[in-house]
Design a binder for this molecule. Structure first.
Ligand code: ROI
Length: 160
């Protein structure tokens, strides 16, 4: 089994409900075991500012799926929850599920870059991740606690 961290994000059509549904879907993934999820966080949009704030979280699963098969499953969940892929870069979305870390693997294929390319810059990824994996080290050897010191909160707020 490989320990995998998944970033969740939504800013359309009741984003909290979108994340709750996505977590239910992660709980029923085949060949996988749901470990847990961070709190939900409200975050300012990165990219174009003329879109609603986001709700973000990070979940952890253990899986015997390959990274590619897991990506297929995550994209299926996104589509089932009304995600429409548009050409607009960094536009609003009903649900985004990103593989942040896949064990210690580093993957660079057409479909997948793992660790996720935005992992070390995005407050809405590093702080929820820190909440569920305070001792995490990246495959590069960098400690998550050190990365967080470089990333401003930028208004990131836990919801409830
Ligand atoms: N901004 C925030 N705050 N949260 C996201 O999940 C998110 N996802 C994206 C872009 C459009 C880059 N901006 C985001 O894909």
């Amino acid at each position: 089994m490989t320990k995998v961290y998944i970033g969740l994000g939504a800013n359309l059509n009741e984003p909290i409900a979108q994340l709750e549904r996505a977590i239910d879907a992660l709980k029923s993934l085949s060949d996988s075991h749901f470990v847990g999820c961070s709190r939900f966080y409200g975050s300012r949009p990165m990219g174009p500012q003329d879109q609603p704030d986001y709700v973000n979280a990070v979940a952890c699963i253990e899986t015997s799926l390959t990274a590619e098969t897991l990506l297929d499953a995550l994209q299926k969940i996104e589509l089932e929850q009304g995600r429409i892929r548009k050409n607009e870069r960094w536009g609003p979305r009903t649900l985004d599920l990103d593989i942040l870390l896949f064990g210690e693997l580093q993957i660079n294929t057409e479909r997948l870059t793992v660790p996720h390319y935005g992992l070390c810059q995005r407050e809405f990824v590093v702080y929820p991740l820190l909440e569920i994996a305070p001792h995490l080290e990246l495959p590069s050897g960098d400690k998550l606690t050190d990365i967080c010191k470089q990333v401003p909160l930028n208004g990131l707020t836990p919801i409830q």
